[in-house]
Design a protein around this ligand. Structure first.
Ligand code: OFO
Length: 162
């Protein structure tokens, strides 16, 4: 595998694991606030991020590259309102989308065809990721200051199945 491509893939593994760390911290925060539905949603999100990292990990190994795991930055220790948390999640996903697009372009530039194909899945996944975070933000905006609406949303988010 091209060295620069492997390096960027390893960096992306760290970014996906950092995303998992971030969402796990958000999940713990929601649990501490007794918002168990939002906590459940964020825990599943964290699990998905680990899966994303493992897809890249498997891709490197299957293609004869070297996996190099990096140190992860700590997530924030304090969080604000549910709306601000989902806004932060959306901003984070937009950043990750940019990284995936850069990676995709690099794979193209280096004629790394297998990596380009692998990354197509991630390009589509980011559309989903941004959409679900953005819908959550809009729903929380609609809930406004209503505790009843917040509790209803918490219940609905608790029904997320995957
Ligand atoms: Fe891996 O999609 Fe979110 O960060």
């Amino acid at each position: 595998m091209d060295k620069q491509v492997v390096g960027a893939l390893n960096q992306q593994i760290a970014s996906e694991l950092h995303s998992a760390y971030l969402y796990l911290a958000m999940s713990a925060h929601f649990s501490e606030q007794n918002l168990d539905g939002f906590a459940h949603w964020m825990k599943l999100q964290a699990d998905e991020e680990v899966e994303h990292a493992m897809k890249l990990y498997a891709h490197i190994l299957h293609n004869g590259g070297h996996v190099e795991l990096k140190a992860l930055d700590a997530p924030p220790k304090k969080f604000g309102s549910p709306l601000s948390i989902f806004e932060a999640a959306l901003a984070h996903e937009k950043k990750i989308t940019g990284m995936i697009h850069d990676l995709f372009e690099l794979a193209r530039e280096k004629d790394a065809y297998a990596t380009e194909l692998e990354l197509q899945w991630f390009v589509n996944e980011q559309v989903e990721e941004e959409d679900s975070a953005s819908r959550a933000v809009e729903q929380l905006k609609l809930a406004g200051d209503s505790t009843a609406a917040l509790m209803m949303l918490d219940h609905r988010f608790g029904e997320r199945g995957e």
